[in-house]
Design a protein around this ligand. Structure first.
Ligand code: DO4
Ligand code: MG
Length: 285
C-alpha cells in the first residue's frame, strides 16, 4: 500500500491512501491530518486495510497534484554505500580517495544532514544546480521513512542533488556541494509493508531527458547496497532523537559518466515500480 500527500482545491495538504493505479482515498475525511499520525501507528498495515474498505472520498490520482510526503522530518543521507559510488568518488579526487576507501569498509557509515523538511522539493517541483560551479548531477536513492521510535515504516525515493566539481575540489566543501536551494527532492509517495529482504529485490532507475532526447538511462539493483538498513538507522539515531521521525536517503549506486553534467531545463526521472516516479525539472539556483 502507498501513502501520499496531495494538494486540495482549497490549497490544503491532505494525506491520501493510493488503493489502485488511479484511486486515492482522502484520509482527511477520517480525521487524519498528517501522515505522521499514521507512521507512528504500530498497527499501520491493519489500519490501512480498514481504510481501503471504507467509504472515504475517492479521488482520481492522475488529476491531483502530489506533494512531497515529507512533513516535519529532517532529511539525512548516507554515502558511499555502493561499490560503484566508491569507485567514482575515488576517480573524482586523489585527496578524497583515502576517505572514501576507508568509509566504505568502516563499521560506521558516512551520514550527513541533507535538508530541512520545508526545503524539500516534491514531484514536478524544480531541483537545483548551483550557478557558482560546474558539473552537477542527480543521485537516485532509496529513502527510508523512519518514525520517532527509530522504526522503518516505509520507503520512498530521494534525489540527493550534488555539485560534483565542488565535492571533488575539497572534501571540506561537501556541505556546499550537497546543501543549497532545491538540492533535495523526495516522493512521490511512501510504500508501507515490505521488509528489507523484499525491498532488496527492487530496482531503482534514473533517466535524464534533455529537450526530447534521453541524455542518460541507468539502473541499479537495491541488493547491491552494502549496509543493512537497521545498521544505517542505528548509527543515525545514536545520540540523536528525531521527534517527528526522519527520512534517510541510502546512497547512490548509479553514477553518471563525466560528460553528463545537468543543464537548466533537463528533466530527471527516478523510478521504482513498487513506489512510483519522482520527476523534477532542473533549475539554476
Ligand atoms: O561523500 C560523498 C557523498 C556520497 C553520497 O552522497 C552517495 O554515495 O550517495
Ligand atoms: Mg548521495
Amino acid at each position: 500500500m502507498r501513502l501520499c500527500r496531495f494538494q486540495t482545491e482549497r490549497n490544503e495538504a491532505h494525506p491520501g491512501l493510493v488503493i489502485d493505479e488511479n484511486t486515492v482515498l482522502d484520509l482527511a475525511a477520517a480525521n487524519i491530518d498528517r501522515l505522521e499520525t499514521l507512521l507512528e501507528n504500530d498497527n499501520l498495515d491493519q489500519q490501512l486495510v480498514e481504510f481501503s474498505k471504507s467509504n472515504l472520498p475517492r479521488l482520481p490520482l492522475e488529476e491531483m497534484r502530489l506533494l512531497t510526503p515529507v512533513e516535519r522530518q529532517e532529511v539525512w543521507a548516507a554515502g558511499v554505500t555502493y561499490l560503484r559510488s566508491k569507485k567514482a568518488r575515488k576517480a573524482e579526487s586523489d585527496f578524497a580517495a583515502i576517505a572514501y576507501e576507508n568509509v566504505y569498509h568502516a563499521l560506521r557509515p558516512e551520514l550527513f544532514f541533507k535538508s530541512l523538511p520545508e526545503k524539500v522539493s516534491g514531484p514536478l517541483e524544480p531541483v537545483g544546480i548551483r550557478k557558482d560551479t560546474h558539473w552537477s548531477v542527480p543521485e537516485a536513492e532509496l529513502a527510508l521513512v523512519i518514525n520517532s521510535r527509530r522504526r522503518i515504516v516505509g520507503y520512498t525515493l530521494g534525489n540527493d542533488m550534488s555539485a560534483r566539481r565542488l565535492e571533488g575540489e575539497n572534501l571540506l566543501y561537501l556541505p556546499q556541494a550537497k546543501i543549497y536551494d532545491h538540492s533535495c527532492a523526495v516522493g512521490p509517495c511512501i510504500t508501507v509493508g515490505p521488509d528489507e529482504a523484499e525491498v532488496r529485490t527492487w530496482k531503482i532507475h534514473l533517466d535524464i531527458k534533455r529537450k526530447d532526447e534521453w541524455l542518460f538511462k541507468g539502473a541499479t539493483a537495491l541488493d547491491r547496497l552494502k549496509r543493512p538498513f537497521n545498521v544505517l538507522v542505528d548509527y543515525l539515531t545514536r545520540s540523536q532523537t528525531f521527534p517527528h521521525g526522519v527520512i534517510l536517503l541510502t546512497g547512490t549506486g548509479i553514477v553518471l559518466p563525466d560528460n553528463s553534467a545537468l543543464q537548466e531545463g533537463d528533466i530527471i526521472k527516478i523510478c521504482l515500480d513498487e513506489i512510483g516516479t519522482l520527476e523534477n525539472p532542473v533549475a539554476a539556483v
